[in-house]
Ligand binder design. Structure first.
Ligand SMILES: Nc1ncnc2c1ncn2[C@@H]1O[C@H](COP(=O)(O)OP(=O)(O)O)[C@@H](O)[C@H]1O
Ligand SMILES: [Mg+2]
Length: 275
């Protein structure tokens, strides 16, 4: 059985009142998905593609955080439009939003435990909890308050939440950009095994093509016109398709990736300084 089913889905963002173009006319966001039908399997998937190709929107739709204008989206065979209970939705899929921040001044340890206890793991074990704290390198900061964490620490905390909560599936929108390379690798390595051993689909959007190649079981490459290629990293991350998606020669992509990462790092440092 497939994990995500899009059936004849049409989606556009809602116009924002007061969003006017140069001539003072209301801006109507374009249709992003037009009679879109696709089935995606339970797997450990990296979603890649150039900025604005629709990675975030696809995941928000697939997890029921955005609703289509027309058509049906099913997760594990369940029509998402029939789920009205937030808890039920969260237990079906967790979502790590891009650039999430904490405002609470609760201690990290308290919230980690609350998340674990409230979640969907059938059997809770102290060892699993300790493993998660260790994998995401949180042991030295569990006494800290949530609103005092750095961007990288927030991202590691969110990854821990998503695993401790024990949803049947996890979506993550660029969840690691502020982390160090070594931490990204150990997190991806853990998530890959977690996904496989527990049979939990994990879909992660990210910029890093090399990490996708190294860790993902499957890759979903989205083109600017929202065509997509899905398959193993070796099948999908080939020069021809990457050039088609990113519009530049594949040999240059490694540099552009570093550039993106550098920009994001600078941006995240500014954000942290400003808060
Ligand atoms: N809240 C929104 N309102 C209007 N347009 C949006 C909104 N969020 C994203 N978009 C537009 O939808 C397109 C797809 O965006 P997104 O899914 O965020 O792409 P990606 O995650 O691949 O960068 C882009 O053109 C983006 O500008
Ligand atoms: Mg995005």
């Amino acid at each position: 059985m497939s994990f995500i089913d899009f059936e004849d889905v049409t989606f556009a963002y809602t116009p924002v009142e007061g969003d006017l173009d140069a001539e003072g006319k209301q801006i109507i966001p374009p249709v992003l998905f037009d009679h879109f039908t696709a089935s995606l399997p339970s797997s450990f998937v990296s979603i890649v593609g150039p900025n604005a190709c629709g990675k975030s929107t696809l995941m928000l739709l697939a997890s029921g955080r955005l609703k289509p204008i027309r058509g049906t989206i099913r997760l594990f065979g369940k029509d998402l439009s029939t789920i009205h209970d937030e808890n039920e939705k969260n237990l079906l899929s967790s979502f790590i939003y891009q650039n999430m921040e904490f405002e609470q001044d609760e201690k990290l340890a308290d919230l980690l435990m609350q998340v674990y206890e409230a979640g969907g793991h059938a059997q809770k074990s102290g060892d699993f909890y300790k493993d998660i704290i260790s994998v995401f390198e949180l042991s030295s900061i569990t006494a800290r308050k949530l609103n005092g964490l750095s961007k990288g620490e927030i991202q590691r905390t969110l990854l821990a939440f998503s695993v401790l909560y024990g949803s049947k599936s996890i979506f993550m929108d660029e969840p690691m950009f502020a982390m160090e390379q070594k931490q990204k690798e150990s997190c991806l390595d853990f998530l890959k095994h977690y996904s496989k051993e527990k049979g939990i689909p994990v879909y992660i959007s990210m910029h890093e093509l090399e990490l996708s190649r190294k860790y993902a079981q499957d890759v979903l490459l989205i083109y600017p016109n929202r065509d997509m290629t899905f398959g193993s990293p070796d099948e999908v991350l080939v020069p021809e398709d990457l050039e088609k998606a990113y519009g530049i020669p594949a040999v240059l992509l490694k540099d552009s990736e570093n550039l993106t990462r550098k920009n994001l790092k600078e941006l995240s440092e500014q954000t942290v300084q400003n808060t």
